[in-house]
Design a protein around this ligand. Structure first.
Ligand SMILES: C[S@@+](CC[C@H](N)C(=O)[O-])C[C@H]1O[C@@H](n2cnc3c(N)ncnc32)[C@H](O)[C@@H]1O
Length: 231
């Protein structure tokens, strides 16, 4: 288990966001693409709690996590609803889908040589998230951390024609991965340049639903920026 992402508080939050911001609004047979499925628990739990008759196509690079996810998918007979590829979404022919969802790698660091390299989110932590907002999906649910240059993500989304449709915020304590000295030191540097926002122990994690503005007049980006830069 050591090399599989493990943070139940964060995974449960992601699962709740999926449920409240995506699955409940899905109409018949809609499809969802997921980047970074991990051990699959968040999607599996929300599938078990909700009636969803579409298909979720996951992508997970970590082979141990991918294997663990498939064991649980089989255990709950969900193989027709949740299919995970052991590959990178960016390098695949992107499946068509109404929603793209992810709890993406968002750790900022000088390089990827950290406890779990697949959690590296680029130098400011926002690179993978911002790339996900450049794939053209109509609706995107991503978790955004307040220490990972959140302003850049909100700006990138705007440039790509997205509005913030809805969001939920969770205060989280720095955990095992974000407390790694190399990562924490780097986050402290980012704070000096207004690219990381946190208090002594806490940072904010937001579940944000972006959608293309032409489909929705609601835009909560100012409110989101205000919250994410308030610590
Ligand atoms: C923060 S974890 C989230 C895992 C799971 N969704 C959860 O919330 O518990 C991010 C996941 O993305 C995976 N990942 C990182 N880069 C990836 C890539 N290029 N393609 C697919 N998965 C990737 C990591 O291995 C990791 O499992």
């Amino acid at each position: 288990m050591k090399d599989i992402f493990f943070c139940p508080e964060e995974s449960n939050f992601y699962s709740n966001c999926l449920e409240n911001l995506v699955l409940r609004n899905c109409k018949k047979s809609e499809s969802v693409v997921e980047f970074g499925s991990g051990d699959g628990t968040p999607v599996i739990n929300s599938l078990l709690r909700n009636k969803f008759d579409g298909v979720i196509h996951g992508f997970e690079l970590n082979t141990s996590a991918w294997k663990a996810a498939n064991l649980t998918i089989d255990e709950y007979n969900l193989a027709h609803k949740y299919i995970i590829n052991n590959s990178c979404l960016f390098k695949s022919s992107k499946p068509k889908a109404k929603y793209l969802v992810a709890n993406p790698p968002y750790l900022p660091a000088p390089d990827a040589d950290i406890y779990m390299p697949l959690l590296f989110g680029g130098i400011d932590g926002a690179t993978v998230t911002n790339d996900l907002l450049s794939l053209g999906y109509e609706n995107v649910l991503v978790l955004i951390s307040s220490f990972s240059n959140p302003k850049s993500t909100i700006e990138q989304a705007k440039e790509n024609g997205y509005c913030v449709n809805n969001f939920v915020v969770l205060p989280l304590k720095f955990g095992y991965y974000s407390s790694e000295p190399k990562v924490k030191k780097h986050i402290e540097e980012l704070r000096k340049h207004s690219m990381a926002f946190y208090s002594n122990e806490y940072y904010f994690l937001a579940g944000v639903l972006f959608n293309k503005c032409q489909n929705n007049p609601i835009d909560l980006s100012k409110e989101l920026t205000q919250v994410m830069t308030s610590l």
